[in-house]
Write a protein that binds this ligand. Structure first.
Ligand code: PFF
Length: 437
């Protein structure tokens, strides 16, 4: 057996986790949910959920991976085996299958974003009707080459491995993303008319706190945005040395993820107001409203290209984590070489997504199936395996290893009862509401 790869240190690890966490959820989903569910009022449930549940969930996933030096599949299987529980191998595949499902549809969207980057760069949006442009391209075969490019970029990074690929790329693109976001936010906030958007975001409509939907959406958002899937961050955790402070890494991931979501909102919403566009346009926000903003903005080509470049950074660094999940599982199970495994996973995920390239209806059905059922189920199963079957006390000891300020006994019921039951609630609410994350 070759020695297991590992992150070179805390910085590389945290930046990689931030890279995973910051993705389309922060930019695409957070902005319109913030506007739609009461502006600043939405931040109340969101922050409660992401800081409390998000950080406990992350600590659990990191420590599950690190304690076994195995990813989700190997780790969960081993826990079941130790306790002589049946069906361990089958249950252990679910989080990895969920993550592979996310990889499949997410890279399709990354392809759209790469195309939008290119189109902004060459000034296409100045010449076309944007809604028509989008509908002539998404859901048709012309998105396939861009999708292939997205998969290829991801393959290249994952092939290079943990330190030379994943960590190195995140160390470059994450700081770059924050710099670009700040530049764009300044541009957006200084547009004439942006004030209305700032008010829209900052003046809370407290009545939304009385509506259950606000809490439900905040909960779903909090889980998705920090990549709680029972696999993605377990795998990153499995490359972690015992001297790294897990609680601190978890809280840093949550903080930077939240900052990036707020920055994205302060880029998109005020500029939408400045140009009289509808900021609650839902998912169309990113592919129709945003390019329309840049079309009207002086210097829009450059700012638009910068914007889509930063979204490429955000989404590819998430896709890398999604691909590393199944790659690690197969390498572990079959003792395959990294290069071959990455190639197989990349090719499989690309081919599996072609029907989604060709039909928006299929895209919607597949992404809903994965994000409503499989991936939240994976998160629940990993949390049960760690906090219940392995045991809450041992879990706390693993989480505290290498920590400057070890967390107290409270973590045990917090993980075992609170986190696990709320994860189950996320799963059930997702099914009731038809998707919340
Ligand atoms: N957290 C990412 C986002 O907000 O877009 C989505 C994600 C990334 C989910 C990585 C799962 C994952 F493994």
């Amino acid at each position: 057996m070759k020695e297991r790869e590992s992150f070179s240190g805390k910085l590389g690890f945290i930046l990689s986790c931030i890279g995973s966490a910051i993705g389309l959820g922060n930019i695409w989903m957070f902005s319109w949910r913030l506007g739609q569910y009461g502006g600043a009022a939405f931040l109340v449930p969101y922050c409660i959920f992401v800081f409390i549940l998000g950080s406990i969930g992350l600590m659990g996933e990191f420590a599950l991976g690190r304690s076994r030096k195995k990813g989700s599949f190997g780790g969960i299987k081993e826990i079941f085996k130790e306790k002589n529980l049946p069906f361990g191998s089958i249950i252990a595949t679910i989080p990895t299958i969920g993550l592979t499902g996310i990889l499949i549809f997410y890279t399709v969207v990354v392809g759209w974003i790469i195309r939008y980057f290119y189109a902004s760069l060459i000034g296409t949006f100045n010449k076309v009707d944007i809604p028509t442009y989008f509908s002539n391209f998404a859901g048709t075969s012309s998105s396939i080459p861009w999708h292939a490019l997205a998969v290829l970029l991801t393959i290249i990074v994952v092939t290079l491995g943990v330190t030379k690929g994943i960590e190195k790329v995140n160390k470059i693109v994450m700081p770059a993303l924050f710099i670009i976001f700040i530049i764009l936010m300044i541009r957006s906030l200084t547009l004439p008319g942006a004030v209305k958007g700032i008010k829209y975001l900052l003046i809370p409509d407290w009545s939304y706190l009385l509506k259950p939907i606000t809490w439900v959406m905040a909960l779903g958002q909090a889980f998705f945005t920090v990549s709680l899937t029972g696999c993605a961050l377990v795998v990153y955790g499995s490359y972690l040395n015992d001297d790294i402070d897990i609680p601190s890494a978890a809280i840093h991931t949550v903080i930077f993820d939240t900052i990036s979501a707020l920055l994205a909102s302060f880029i998109i919403i005020p500029s939408a107001f400045a140009f009289g566009l509808d900021p609650t346009a839902g998912p169309a926000l990113l592919f129709i409203t945003v390019p329309s903003i840049f079309k009207m903005m002086p210097g829009g080509n450059i700012f638009g290209a910068l914007f889509f470049l930063s979204i490429i950074f955000a989404s590819v660094s998430s896709a890398i984590n999604m691909m590393e999940g199944p790659v690690e599982a197969l390498m572990h199970q079959f003792n395959w070489k990294r290069t071959n495994t990455v190639f197989i996973v990349g090719l499989f995920s690309f081919i599996a997504a072609i029907p989604l390239d060709l039909s928006m209806a299929k895209f919607g059905a597949f992404s809903d199936f994965i994000t409503v059922y499989i991936s939240p189920l994976g998160a629940v199963l990993a949390a049960i395996a760690f906090f219940w079957i392995y045991g809450a006390e041992k879990a706390r000891i693993q989480i505290n290893k290498g920590s400057a300020k070890p967390l107290g006994k409270w973590l045990e019921p917090a993980g075992k009862y609170m986190f696990v039951s709320i994860s189950i609630i996320v799963l059930i609410l997702g099914i009731i509401y038809g998707g919340i994350g």
